[in-house]
Design a protein around this ligand. Structure first.
Ligand code: GUN
Ligand code: ZN
Length: 437
């Protein structure tokens, strides 16, 4: 039995904060500790309390003074887009055709896919993200590379091959039948192996024929426990083209409804240009809307209307994600900061307690995984991070005038990046300090 104590200032949410200073939504312990036993959190509490529960010779990782939070969760990234980051383009469809659909073709090469998967996992760890849900490329081998790299690090990761059978280069298209066969084989190979979750992944309605969306719906019926991920209402030209391709669906969300792709396990990236009907249907189906602020700003797609989605939020159905490589940073701190700004521009607010809740427990709830990840509660998987709000000279200077937890969190999200992540624990193992470079 392996046991260790990790000492620091513990912060863990158990609900969405209802106000800027809602201290009933979280537990904060100034001199706290976690007892980690065989990859799970066996106890959480004050250092003295938890030490009394540990074996006498249990080692102590001493992070006194630093914040310990559950690992960040990123519910929408694109694994094959690590080298698409920072590609100059005018709009979504131009960006996809000019860069993304070119780059993703390289993932037919197993060695390339393996190399980028290693980089992706290492960057996630460097930035304190312990779980992500990824779109892989159309190639089943990209899923193998992705889950192999995740398994190697014992990370809890979700992902699946994109199903796409039109409106893309030939080298990136499958067929309804091959996408069914490859997805099913991927599920059988990876889902439930170690900490892996396979996700049924029709890329978006533009790149899927009605026949392929039917196949995706059949897979969802055959494997009702699985997540589904796709894109929705990101960009006005995308929406117009989608409506041309599916003239009878009524609206964009209606397409996914028609093919049985909405529900509690369905994750919809972006959701920017939502009609009231789509918003209400999303609420009724308990589907998840995923806010990707750095991507929405970078691609110029528009501003996610946080307030308009309040109902969806209040049932724990909102995600906050990077959308690498439309997004510009893999850091959830940078993502929270941009999320705050997107709301500011609309006269809305994102208090730091809410953004830290969202990046941890909120995203775990969006993935229906709150019993395993997203908190420091006893029984949770031991995925957690250590943060230093004085990580850089200017942050250290600013910390001289920070006097409470809320200010510290806000400063961390506004000024912090990977340098503020002191350590990343995955299933109880400290991985960040083992990274090279
Ligand atoms: N819509 C369909 N594919 C993509 C993608 O790769 N990135 C973004 N941002 N939107 C998409
Ligand atoms: Zn995306």
């Amino acid at each position: 039995m392996s046991e260790k104590l990790v000492r620091g200032r513990l912060l863990s949410f158990h609900a969405k904060p209802q106000a800027r200073d809602d201290d009933s939504a979280y537990r904060y312990i100034e001199d706290g500790a976690l007892l980690v036993r065989n990859g799970t959190i066996a106890a959480m509490g004050s250092f003295d309390e938890v030490k009394a529960k540990a074996a006498k010779d249990a080692p102590i990782d001493d992070h006194r003074g630093k914040l310990i939070l559950p690992g960040f969760i990123d519910p929408h990234i694109h694994f094959p887009q690590m080298q698409v980051l920072a590609s100059y383009a005018g709009s979504l469809l131009e960006w996809l055709n000019t860069y993304t659909f070119v780059e993703e073709q390289r993932f037919g090469d197993a060695a390339h896919a393996a190399r980028i998967a290693d980089h992706l996992m290492d960057e996630l760890i460097r930035n304190g993200t312990t779980t992500a849900s990824a779109f892989c490329s159309v190639h089943p081998g990209s899923v193998d590379a992705y889950f192999s790299a995740a398994s190697h690090r014992n990370m809890l990761m979700l992902g699946g091959k994109v199903m796409m059978d039109r409106e893309a280069p030939d080298a990136l298209t499958d067929t309804p039948q091959s996408s069914y066969d490859d997805t099913k084989a991927g599920i059988e190979k990876w889902h439930g192996l170690g900490r892996n979750y396979y996700v049924i992944t029709p890329r978006f309605a533009i790149t899927s024929t009605p026949e392929q969306l039917e196949v995706a719906g059949a897979l969802a019926k055959e494997f009702p426990d699985l997540h589904i991920q796709t894109h929705l209402n990101e960009n006005k030209n995308e929406i117009a083209f989608t409506n041309e391709l599916y003239p009878d669906a009524g609206d964009y969300f209606g397409i996914y409804e028609k093919y049985g792709l909405v529900g509690e396990k369905s994750l919809f990236g972006h959701c920017i240009h939502m009609s009231d009907r789509e918003r209400d249907a999303m609420f009724d189906s308990r589907s998840v809307a995923v806010f990707c602020p750095t991507s929405n700003m970078f691609i110029g797609s528009g501003h996610f209307d946080w307030q308009n989605m309040e109902g969806v939020q209040n049932q724990g159905r909102i995600g906050l994600a990077t959308d690498i490589g439309g997004g510009t940073s893999i850091s959830m701190l940078r993502t929270m900061d941009e999320g705050y700004k997107v709301l500011q521009l609309q006269g809305q607010r994102l208090p730091p307690l809410v953004s830290f809740y969202q990046a941890t427990l909120g995203n775990a709830e969006a993935l229906s995984l709150q019993d395993r990840i997203g908190t420091l509660d006893e029984g949770s998987d031991a995925d957690f991070i250590v943060l230093d709000a004085a990580a850089t000279p200017v942050m250290k200077l600013r910390m001289e005038t920070v006097f409470d937890l809320e200010q510290e969190l806000f400063m961390l999200q506004t000024m912090g990046d990977d340098r503020a992540i002191v350590e990343t624990y995955v299933a109880g193992e400290a991985l960040k300090s083992k990274l090279s470079g």
